[in-house]
Design a binder for this molecule. Structure first.
Ligand code: AMP
Length: 128
């Protein structure tokens, strides 16, 4: 596969730069937090696509769903259970959608694993 040809210094910059979500974890920028525990954080999406739109992220800096390994079984299960708990807490009683965009074709724009929890309206299918 062809790799992007960034100059070396630029590549180092990109690899060491914090994502916006890491900056939220580190309390460098504000977010409307709805859940916080040892493993993950959940906060409202700044550009909501539904009446309820929350992001659930691991505190560990995993770049995407694709970076999860067998060793992350507990974390993966925990994230799903937090999504279910939030759906209940946020009263998404008539249903909701959980989305994890992964990589360029998946439409991922922030390179820190996150699950979107969307609800409060009927969702269309297929997604765009
Ligand atoms: P994705 O396109 O799947 O990578 O989703 C990234 C999401 O992060 C988008 O829905 C953005 O609206 C959201 N987002 C970006 N910056 C922030 C922020 N500072 N606070 C809350 N949500 C954000």
């Amino acid at each position: 596969m062809r790799r992007f040809a960034f100059p070396k210094t630029r590549r180092v910059d990109l690899m060491s730069a914090k994502t916006i979500f890491q900056r939220i974890i580190d309390h460098e920028i504000p977010a409307e937090i709805v859940h916080d525990d040892d493993l993950c954080l959940a906060f409202r999406d700044v550009n909501p696509q539904a009446p309820t739109h929350v992001l659930v992220i691991p505190k560990r800096p995993l770049r995407s769903l694709d970076e999860l390994s067998d060793a992350d079984l507990e974390l993966a299960g925990h994230l799903l259970l937090v999504l279910r708990k939030l759906a209940r807490d946020l009263k998404l009683d008539s249903g909701y959608r959980v989305v994890a965009n992964c990589g360029p074709d998946g439409g991922q724009s922030v390179d820190h694993l996150h699950f979107h929890l969307l609800g409060g309206r009927a969702m269309g299918w297929p997604p765009g």
